[in-house]
Design a protein. Structure first.
Length: 233
């Protein structure tokens, strides 16, 4: 990846991982399924997604070649893990989203890559571990100081919204994020279409859509698209 190109990197870890016992494996499996479920949709958008797998016991990274979809990926990961709570799994993750150039790109081991996007992603994740931000689960850091406040508000808004979702609402939002219409969602979830609509409305799906569209517009106005080889998805 040339140095001038901009990518997005998500760094994440489990919340209170030292207290997890039987839930840990379920969360790790859920995270892997979330990545695999996201790939087909992102591929349709022309975006390649790279996943580091789990390292250091509870940490992971995702890198996206089309950064305008990185906030979508952040929301999607959270929806998939919130769904696990229906089975009593205490799933929660912190996510630091970094936007910027990449100086060293290793597709086979993405966690060994380097550059501004990776460093800002790590910085964003570390900031969520401070005492004053212990209730926050999402932060965005970019190289653009004039957009910092707006990106921070978008992250805070979506973070606060997601923390209120039930597993049932997350199921509906997960399908909504992948452009599944309500009739089809009702068949998948085995509930009536009005019930799907009610779940989406109470989850604030219209606000999620507008926030993601605004983020995409901001990023599209800033980046030079990466030119990678055909490895990846």
């Amino acid at each position: 990846m040339p140095k001038k190109d901009i990518a997005a990197v998500l760094s994440g870890d489990l919340v209170k991982s030292s207290l997890l016992t039987t839930d840990r494996q379920a969360i790790m499996s859920g995270l892997t399924r979330a990545v695999e479920s996201a790939r087909p949709y992102l591929k349709e958008q022309g975006c390649r997604l790279y996943f580091s797998d789990i390292y250091r016991g509870d940490a992971f990274q995702c890198a996206l070649t089309e950064p305008e979809y990185s906030l979508w990926m952040s929301v999607f990961i959270r929806t998939e893990l919130i769904k696990l709570r229906a089975g009593g799994v205490r799933a929660d993750v912190r996510l630091g989203l970094g936007l910027g150039a990449v100086s060293s790109w290793n597709e086979k081991k993405i966690s060994s890559s380097d550059g501004e996007a990776f460093r800002l992603s790590g910085k964003a994740l570390d900031s969520l571990k401070s005492r004053k931000d212990k209730y926050r689960r999402l932060r965005i850091i970019s190289p653009w100081s004039d957009e910092a406040a707006l990106l921070s508000v978008l992250a805070s808004f979506l973070d606060a919204l997601m923390q209120r979702w039930t597993p049932e609402q997350a199921e509906a939002i997960s399908l909504f994020l992948r452009d599944t219409n309500q009739e089809e969602a009702s068949k998948i979830l085995k509930i009536r279409q009005p019930s799907v609509q009610r779940r989406l409305q109470t989850a604030g799906h219209f606000a999620v859509k507008e926030a993601l569209e605004l983020f995409s517009q901001i990023i599209k106005g800033r980046v030079i698209k990466p030119q990678l080889n055909n490895a990846g998805l």
